[in-house]
Design a protein around this ligand. Structure first.
Ligand code: MTE
Length: 288
């Protein structure tokens, strides 16, 4: 990507060696090594940009106002339920969640803008393993909170509420699929999905559902919000793919938030090596 500073190979190796030694010495134990070394080449988006330009229809369709309108939303107390085809249904409070670490990841919206954010979060797989999906579970369905008293956008029928999303079980179990509860070293701001949101960095941003209240293991591909509203525009898979244009937005390029120049969009948003195997044998122009 053009916007990234190019680091000489020998410096990357020196830094990797330094990080490896620091991890061995217990100095960086909260940062997974893979995230640190891969992320060292990424230019992190200004916090003010990432937290003041939000898609969150429960509050407003105007991205610039969401952070103001969402101020009075109360993300605590909160209970997340994990139910459906599981041996061990759970109802978890925020205090009992798995331990979070920092993950610096690209995020690409289908509207053609992108950001690079240090999320605090943990692998969704850790939660799912606690709930023990049965062998009949093939997909995971996510549901946001419905609270029109605090979410004024839900008083209108802009979308069917609550917002919902879905993943295939193997996508949900992939180590890049996170539940985030913080960003930039702070608790997740309301406008970015407090207290808990999904992050699936190789998919368009609408898959990364905010304010998750319920996770359900199911046998069939679930109905999801944008896919049910406009199936020709928003596929269920929604893997970032510069070759498949959206009817209104070519997906070849993107504008990083805070920058003027567009940069090339990468297949699977730059995570091709990690995730392409999940789609072997599938025609991704049909399963878009
Ligand atoms: N989750 C809910 N519940 N409601 C929404 O409107 N918008 C989605 C996604 N998650 C949305 C949501 C879209 S379209 C995008 S691009 C991202 O959130 C934006 O996340 P951000 O505000 O942290 O950039």
């Amino acid at each position: 990507m053009k916007s990234q500073p190019i680091t000489p190979e020998h410096m990357i190796n020196t830094r990797r060696e330094f990080i490896r030694k620091a991890v061995q010495a217990g100095l960086l134990s909260c940062l997974p090594l893979a995230s640190v070394s891969a992320a060292s080449k990424l230019k992190i988006t200004d916090e003010a940009k990432a937290t003041r330009y939000n898609n969150y229809y429960e509050f407003s369709t105007n991205k610039k106002f969401v952070h103001i309108i969402a101020k009075d939303f109360k993300p605590e107390p909160w209970t997340l339920s994990i139910e459906g085809l599981v041996d061990n249904p759970l109802s978890i409070s925020l205090a009992s969640l798995p331990q979070a670490a920092t993950h610096i990841l690209r995020f690409r919206c289908i509207e053609g803008w992108s950001m690079i954010v240090p999320w605090q979060g943990f692998e969704l797989a850790k939660l799912l393993e606690l709930a023990k999906p049965t062998s009949a579970a093939k997909y995971v369905r996510f549901e946001s909170i419905k609270r029109p008293s605090e979410m004024i956008g839900q008083r209108r029928n802009t979308l069917p509420w609550p917002y919902s999303e879905g993943l295939r079980l193997d996508e949900a179990m992939h180590p890049l699929t996170l539940i985030a509860n913080g960003m930039y070293g702070k608790p997740l701001p309301n406008q970015n999905g407090a207290p808990l949101r999904l992050i699936v960095p190789w998919k368009y941003g609408f898959k990364s559902i905010k304010a998750i209240a319920k996770i359900e293991l199911v046998a069939e591909q679930p109905q999801t919000t944008w896919n049910s509203v406009a199936p020709a525009e928003y596929g269920f898979y929604a893997n970032v793919n510069p070759e498949v244009p959206h009817p209104r937005w070519s997906q070849r390029r993107e504008v990083p938030l805070g920058e003027l120049k567009k940069v090339r969009t990468l297949p699977f948003n730059g995570y091709e090596d990690q995730v392409a195997h999940l789609y072997k044998g599938m025609d991704l122009s049909k399963h878009f």
